[in-house]
Design a protein around this ligand. Sequence first.
Ligand code: CA
Length: 234
Amino acid sequence: MNQMIRILVIEDEKNIRNFITSVLTSQHYQVLSAATARDGLSQAASQCPDLILLDLGLPDMDGMKLITRLREWNSTPIIVISARIQEDDKVQALDQGADDYITKPFGNSELLARIRTALRHSSQLQNGSSASERSYHSGGLTIDFEKHLVTRDGKEIHLTQNEFKIVALLAKNCGRVLLYDRLIEHIWGPYSESDNTILRVNMANIRRKIEPNPAEPIYIFTEIGVGYRMAEED
Ligand code: CA
């Protein structure tokens, strides 16, 4: 099935480009590659890839700028691959329209999982509703979005309205990181203070209720300084 999926790799380091290419071709993805931003932009336009893997440190243009340029006309999912580990960079890349990021060095399975998540979300956007719009299942945790019902190992968990909103938004975007600001805006509206404290308090309560061990979460992970990411569905 992957044969039909084309992935554009924009990365100037040959070793990394080759590594990614071999991982992707082993999974039967079609791979296009570019060593410069200029070539990347032109292939994004001419080849219509299904997904773009983008290195931020390119010789001819800053990767952040490339995201902005791409987003002017193109909604192909972008996963940033970068050695930059600054939290600000992650937030900025996501804010400018990247769908996810992965920090170098990374392994095959992490790369492939992020690609599957990004592709799944983009096909859901195109196809409209799907089973996962009605419910979420991971391990013992089940969320029924319509009935506002959360259960773990068959037992109902009582969440406040805001706690449920947070959990539901994360679950609908499972596998992807959601920025603190996005969550705050979604729950408390666009004019709310972008102070993370109230979100953190809510998250502590959510974890106490849904996680078997809140100190070692298995359902909702913290991306320090960036946001939260909910476990993929089974
Ligand atoms: Ca580079």
